[in-house]
Write a new protein. Structure first.
Length: 98
């Protein structure tokens, strides 16, 4: 029987890297990491992309666990998921210092 050489840590790094693999998502992460939270409408005003496109980018970041959203009708407030953000930073720091 073959041993699985892919570790859970490698899977988590890949999930975070995939979510960060677009300039719009990097912009959102940089913005949110420098402030408490942001409303999706505010992001739409700052970025010259369709709301549906922004929603898809936010979904990718949320699915990866890098951000979290809270509904405050009629808006959605997005914030960095501090635990996962810290984990991602640690994983990439360790990986890049190999």
């Amino acid at each position: 029987m073959k041993k699985d050489v892919i570790t859970e840590e490698q899977k988590r790094k890949a999930r975070y890297a995939k979510a960060m693999g677009h300039p719009v998502r990097m912009y959102v992460l940089e913005l949110l990491s420098n402030q408490n939270c942001c409303y999706s409408g505010d992001l739409t005003n700052e970025l010259s992309i369709a709301k549906s496109t922004l929603s898809q980018h936010l979904k990718e970041l949320k699915d990866a666990g890098l951000i979290q959203g809270e509904i405050e009708a009629p808006k959605i407030k997005y914030c960095i998921n501090k635990d996962n953000w810290a984990e991602a930073k640690g994983l990439f720091k360790a990986f890049l210092n190999l």
